[in-house]
Design a protein around this ligand. Structure first.
Ligand code: GDD
Length: 392
């Protein structure tokens, strides 16, 4: 792969936000200049083998899940975390069938588990990570909660990187590109604490009778603006460095993923950036090793467009509310930004008055969790975990 190297970065404490990088070619010879990096197939394969890909899924078309699984590069482990419907119309059972036939034909290592598995509740409790549980002892609903399950299982594999891809992607080849871009980011990174966030080149939408290749999603544009403002009010310099506030598609080194806090549901991605700024720029973190190594955030623009399921206006509304709430309630927010967010939400008829914005629940880093105990308990009590290895 031939990739632009970032020409510019902004530094906030020990966190370095790199500006957007573009992919120039999917394949390349080994090559290095101050502006470009050519990554060979062998280099890429070596990193892919150290990666776990987590696919959170909730009631998506099986066709799409199947396409996503088949496009994940060889070498990566896959963990599907499902919160899909059970009962009479058991969508989870159908997903398990999709996973099994995918594995039968390809022998690609893959695991699947249901978010509401009672064994997960017991395992998280035993491991000392109860913040993810509801009052009845089950894991709460939410994409972020699914991601934390995936991350906990990924950590137990001993691999180095954890990456996330949504299950509602209509273009399997784009998923293949996303995962290779994560790998490319980890290859160029100088730090064991790195994050790669993807910016889609286009997010096409059907407008009347033709396909319109939009550059920005509705929520992303607003979230990025306020994340940049959150930075600017502290530095005194206007910035537009953040282009990936809502990057559902992102990956991290496990070392970074385990010291991150996670905001519930769809506020998870913007909160990752807010958390890095609060903890490693303006805060007094206890994660000193990360401070010494530095944390790198890469933002890479894909070549493929992103085409996913359109979940409607209510979904967009929920995502925007969740995203702006993380900024509104950030320790870094001042009265001016809070007022602007309130006005923005009123303008979009999302809230009527000040103080109506709900605060997101925060899941703490999994670093303190006893992973051995978690896995041991899960293996004893799980009712839904299926693990299909290369040999199975
Ligand atoms: N395990 C699990 N649990 N998965 C879930 C849950 C849940 O409670 N809710 C949703 N998912 C899965 C979906 O099935 C999909 O695979 C993925 O999480 C993303 O959810 P969507 O509902 O499809 O979100 P989206 O496509 O509108 O938004 C995506 O892109 C945004 C940026 O534009 C998400 O990745 C957002 O997080 C992201 O901000």
């Amino acid at each position: 792969m031939l990739l632009e190297l970032p020409k510019h970065a902004e530094i906030f404490g020990c966190v370095k936000f790199h500006e957007i990088q573009k992919v120039l070619k999917f394949e390349s010879e080994a090559f290095e200049s101050p502006l470009l990096k050519g990554i060979t197939k062998d280099e890429m394969d070596e990193v892919l083998c150290r990666m776990v890909v987590v696919v959170p899924v909730k009631n998506e078309k099986l066709h799409l899940l199947d396409g996503v699984l088949r496009s994940i590069p060889t070498g990566c482990d896959i963990i599907v975390v499902s919160n899909s419907q059970r009962g009479e119309n058991d969508i989870f059972r159908m997903e398990k069938d999709v996973v099994s036939s995918f594995h039968r034909v390809t022998k690609h290592p893959v695991a699947i588990i249901h978010q509401k598995d009672p064994g997960l509740g017991i395992a998280f409790k035993e491991a000392g990570y109860t913040e993810i549980l509801d009052d009845t002892g089950f894991v709460r609903d939410g994409k972020a909660e699914g991601m934390v399950i995936g991350l906990s299982l990924a950590k137990s594999t001993g691999k180095d990187f954890v990456c996330f891809v949504d299950a509602d992607n209509y273009i399997p080849c784009s998923v293949n590109e996303y995962i290779r871009l994560y790998a490319a980011g980890f290859i160029i990174s100088q730090s064991p604490y790195s994050m790669v966030r993807l910016h889609w080149k286009y997010k096409p939408k059907v407008m009347e009778d033709r396909l319109y290749f939009r550059k920005w999603g509705r929520v992303s544009e607003i979230t990025n603006r306020y994340l940049n403002l959150l930075i600017s009010i502290h530095t005194g310099f206007e910035t537009n460095i953040v282009k990936t506030g809502n990057a559902g598609e992102h990956g991290m080194t496990i070392k970074l993923a385990e010291i991150m806090a996670y905001s519930t549901g769809y506020s998870v991605e913007p909160y990752q950036l807010v958390y890095l700024l609060e903890e490693f720029w303006k805060g007094e973190t206890k994660f000193k090793e990360a401070v010494n190594s530095g944390i790198e955030v890469y933002q890479i623009e894909t070549m493929n467009p992103h085409v996913h399921e359109d979940k409607g206006d209510e979904h967009i509304r929920e995502m925007l509310l969740g995203s702006l709430s993380t900024i509104y309630y950030s320790k870094l927010a001042n009265d001016m930004i809070k007022k602007e967010i309130t006005e923005e939400l009123k303008k979009n008829e999302m809230i009527k008055r000040k103080g109506e914005l709900k605060k997101n629940r925060i899941l703490p880093p999994i670093k303190g969790m006893n992973i051995e105990k978690f896995v041991e308990t899960l293996l004893d009590y799980s009712e839904t975990l299926t693990m299909l290895s290369k040999e199975a």
